[in-house]
Design a protein around this ligand. Structure first.
Ligand SMILES: [Cu+2]
Length: 74
């Protein structure tokens, strides 16, 4: 992505839990058959982790990294 782009991330999971996009502070509660979507403008450049939090992100138990989002400077 390039800074300023509109990003759409579609999320599905075969387990209950939350996905979390760091720095952008986006979360999505997921469960089997209940997908979610993030749509946002990529204002910050850099590499950002999308993590899995089985107990919810407020538990502070960071889960595995599912993917990274790379946003290049404008
Ligand atoms: Cu996290």
């Amino acid at each position: 992505m390039t800074q300023g782009d509109t990003v759409v991330v579609r999320l599905t999971s075969d387990k209950a839990g939350e996905a979390h996009l760091h720095a952008y502070r986006l979360t999505a509660r997921l469960s089997p058959g209940a997908p979610a979507q993030w749509r946002f403008v990529a204002k910050a450049s850099g590499r950002f982790r999308i993590e899995w939090h089985a107990q919810g992100w407020l538990s502070r138990t960071h889960g595995p990294v599912l993917a990274t989002l790379d946003v290049m400077p404008e």
